[in-house]
Design a protein around this ligand. Structure first.
Ligand code: C2E
Ligand code: MG
Ligand code: MG
Ligand code: MG
Length: 280
């Protein structure tokens, strides 16, 4: 019986792997025409400061494929990277974000921070900084209102070659944010070496922070590290008032999560800002 069960589960595993592979092949193929056909759009999740004021947004990519339906970014970004389509998709994301945000800012007559997620491949493009700064200028967005979110794994690959690029972005006022902090392998010395302005505590810690002493200690340690290195600390994935209260008590600087708002399209974002947070 045991061996039959093992055989079955091995079979199951193989099937899942095969399905995963086929799904990635489908995604890869569908991606090829998706940029041209304008199947991507951006949504914007509000970030709220400790006083409850609207601070800015994180831009998140969405793909509505006529063949595959809605594909989440966790599924298509890695495939875009692996199949060499990330440079084109990355530019499409940056340009759509700047255009949307400029529209919302002009309509409301106010500026706010906009964070854009970067994938490893984008930072390895030799002309990335020049491209990003050029686009920012074209759209009339000032560097001080722009932030880039990078992940730990990205930096580990090649800190030395990425550092000058990060410094160039910083020289233009662009803020740098370390996303999903606590899940990767970055060392403290690396963190100190890099011109990072803010740490984003990964959602997995927030999910369990009320129940799990270990998660609480992790979160408090991350906040202490951030404070000591003069970085802001942002909590993502806040879903309840209790989580918000605990994170506020721990000294977190800003919050993002369904408790405040889901990622919103640009029209809903403008409404959110006006209805909930008309003043800074
Ligand atoms: P991330 O950058 O860590 O983004 C946070 C994710 O958590 C988003 O998922 C957001 O919708 C979700 N989230 C925020 N608050 C809550 C909450 O209270 N509850 C729950 N359950 N979820 C919450 P999303 O949009 O599916 O994105 C997933 C990941 O895909 C992102 O994680 C990021 O790594 C990547 N991604 C998304 N858009 C882009 C993009 O434009 N470029 C790149 N390179 N990666 C992107
Ligand atoms: Mg992010
Ligand atoms: Mg994150
Ligand atoms: Mg994440």
């Amino acid at each position: 019986y045991e061996s039959k069960r093992l055989k079955n589960s091995a079979h199951l595993f193989k099937n899942t792997m095969q399905e995963g592979y086929l799904r990635n092949v489908n995604i890869e193929q569908a991606l090829r025409s998706a940029i041209e056909n304008r199947e991507f759009f951006m949504v914007y999740q509000p970030q709220i400061s400790t006083q409850g004021a609207f601070y800015g947004v994180e831009a998140l990519a969405r793909w509505n494929s006529p063949i595959l339906g809605n594909v989440p970014p966790d599924a298509f970004i890695p495939v875009a990277e692996a199949s060499g389509q990330m440079p084109a998709l990355g530019r499409c994301i940056i340009e759509a974000s700047f255009a949307d945000i400029k529209g919302v800012q002009q309509a409301l007559g106010r500026t706010f921070y906009t964070s854009i997620n970067l994938s490893a491949r984008q930072l390895l493009e030799p002309d990335f900084a020049a491209y990003f700064i050029g686009k920012m200028r074209e759209e009339g967005i000032q560097g001080v209102w722009a932030a880039l979110e990078i992940t730990e794994s990205l930096l580990i690959e090649d800190v030395g070659s990425i550092l000058p690029l990060l410094q160039e972005l910083k020289a233009h006022g662009i803020k740098l944010s370390m996303d999903d902090f606590g899940t990767g392998y970055s060392s403290l010395s690396m963190l100190r070496m890099l011109p990072i302005d803010e740490l984003k505590i990964d959602k997995s810690f927030i999910d369990t922070v009320l129940l799990d002493k270990g998660a609480q200690q992790m979160v408090q340690s991350i906040i202490t590290i951030g404070k000591n290195l003069e970085m802001d600390v942002v909590a993502e994935g806040i879903e309840t008032k209790e989580q918000l209260d605990m994170l506020t008590h721990f000294g977190c600087d800003r919050f993002q999560g369904y408790y405040f708002a889901r990622p919103l399209d640009k029209e809903a974002l403008a409404d959110f800002i006006q209805e909930n947070h008309p003043y800074m």
